[in-house]
Design a binder for this molecule. Structure first.
Ligand SMILES: Nc1nc2c(ncn2[C@@H]2O[C@H](COP(=O)(O)OP(=O)(O)OP(=O)(O)O)[C@@H](O)[C@H]2O)c(=O)[nH]1
Length: 447
């Protein structure tokens, strides 16, 4: 090829969508085609003489240097991918094909900007991962942790919060909150951001440069070197909450950009749907396991809990007590004051029974006016008897119902102890039921 033609071709490389670069043995750019300015943001004259590695994103430097060494050892590379930091601080994803020219002592490389394709791929896999997480997570806290991991793989997210619209009013309640130091109280800035995003329904990007727009009390906090990004969680029912990221003390190029905001907005729809699905699932599960009137565990959940409590007591060789409680003459209350008044009384009884035991013990409603209590870690039989006394006392205190009526009620209580009165749940329940029946007989004779 004549010298004249070669010079012409060199000029045509400016037309290429891909960039052509030449790097010398010391790793400095000696030639860059015009496309480099579009991809890297530096003019050709600025790039010439720069160390190639200085432009590579720090996390990819080691990998890039070892690929460069392999190329210089005579192994041409066709699809090497790494990330560069543009002059404006944005990250670009590049796919390289490169070869070492021994005679020219130059590495000749063609670079393709694959950022858009990479982002689409990232977004696609994040959307898929979020919908998978909605199935794989047992409950909302587990789902939030999953979502934190998924979003943390796309964007820096040492700080991550999900705040949901409170049932009680228009404001937000933090359902998940982690910052770079672990789980702490939400920062006042996070609270403000949550309210602001929910109020406006718009994404908000807070950087130290935008701190002046904040309420004066928060401005000092926002001068920290980190960025905040909040996006609404939107479903068909409107804005159900806010997703917030906090960058932590990151170098400039790791701060959030408008691109990140768009990415998070896009993903947030999937997150909102996943949260809503999980909330609905949790509500359905709660309804299947609890009594609608008193919100206490129902018979099914009680049987599960009793089974587990007996297994635990067996394993640790400790005791437990099972209390069967049946209200006395409850039918009369219904008959004299009406069913609605009976309902209020059952609710109040449930509330009082719960206060007779520890949080870890179970109070359940078997149906009608029958309640049960599982008391774990009972040391001596007397412990359970003290609880029985307490139950009689709390029920005897008149219950001021919403109707203004004050009613007192008594109950018959039967107690079964594990292991003395039964080795399994059937035996224990039979014993407690009989003991309760005996107590009722006694009550009827004496009362
Ligand atoms: N208000 C209300 N009443 C209920 C509910 N479930 C069952 N009942 C009523 O509870 C009453 C239970 O009657 P009984 O088993 O005879 O109980 P009791 O009147 O306390 O009789 P003793 O236990 O022998 O003292 C019945 O009248 C049922 O209709 C409920 O959810 N709400």
């Amino acid at each position: 090829m004549g010298k004249f033609l070669a010079a012409k071709i060199a000029r045509f490389t400016d037309l290429l969508m891909d960039a052509v670069c030449m790097v010398d043995a010391e790793g400095r750019f000696v030639f860059v085609s015009a496309a480099c300015e579009r991809i890297f943001g530096y003019a050709a004259r600025e790039m010439i003489g720069m160390q190639m590695i200085d432009l590579v994103a720090p996390a990819d430097r080691e990998r890039t240097l070892s690929a460069a060494r392999a190329i210089m050892d005579g192994q041409p590379t066709a699809h090497f991918e790494n990330r560069y930091v543009r002059k404006d601080g944005k990250i670009v994803h590049i796919m390289w094909s490169a070869r070492w020219s021994e005679s020219d002592q130059l590495r000749v490389a063609v670079a393709r900007d694959i950022t858009a394709a990479k982002q689409a791929e990232t977004m696609q896999s994040a959307l898929y991962a979020i919908s998978e997480a909605a199935h794989a997570s047992d409950d909302l806290p587990a789902l939030f942790e999953h979502i934190h991991q998924i979003i943390g793989a796309m964007l820096p997210a040492p700080g991550f919060s999900v705040a949901l619209r409170s049932d009680k009013g228009g404001c937000v309640e933090f359902s998940y909150h982690v910052n770079a130091h672990g789980r702490t109280e939400p920062h006042p800035l996070a609270c403000w951001l949550g309210e602001e995003v929910l109020r406006s329904g718009q994404a908000v990007l807070l950087t130290p440069a935008t701190a002046a727009a904040l309420p004066p009390a928060l401005q000092a906090a926002a001068v920290l070197p980190d960025c905040w990004l909040g996006v609404p969680l939107t479903t068909g029912q409107g804005h159900i909450g806010v997703l917030m990221l906090q960058s932590g003390d990151q170098p400039d190029h790791a701060r959030y950009t408008d691109q990140d905001r768009e990415l998070l907005m896009f993903v947030s729809h999937q997150v909102a749907t996943a949260i809503q699905r999980k909330q609905l699932h949790s509500r359905l599960r709660f309804m299947a396991q609890h009594d609608e009137l008193t919100q206490l565990p129902n018979r099914r959940l009680f049987l599960d809990r009793l089974q587990m409590a007996v297994a635990r007591a067996q394993r640790h060789q400790c005791r437990l007590a099972l209390l069967f409680i049946d209200l006395n003459k409850f039918k009369q209350i219904n008959d004299e004051h009406g069913h609605a008044c009976g309902d209020l009384l059952l609710r109040e009884v449930a509330h009082r029974l719960k206060h007779c035991v520890r949080e870890s013990d179970t109070v359940a409603r078997l149906g009608g006016d029958e309640f049960v209590v599982i008391v774990e870690e009972v040391l001596v039989a007397d412990d359970a008897l003290q609880i029985v006394d307490k139950i009689h006392q709390v029920l005897a205190a008149p219950m001021l119902l919403a109707t203004g009526l004050g009613l007192a009620i008594t109950a018959s209580v039967g107690v079964a102890h594990y292991p003395e009165h039964g080795a399994d749940i059937e035996q224990l329940m039979r014993y407690a039921d009989q003991a309760m029946y005996a107590a009722k007989q006694m009550e009827e004779h004496t009362g």
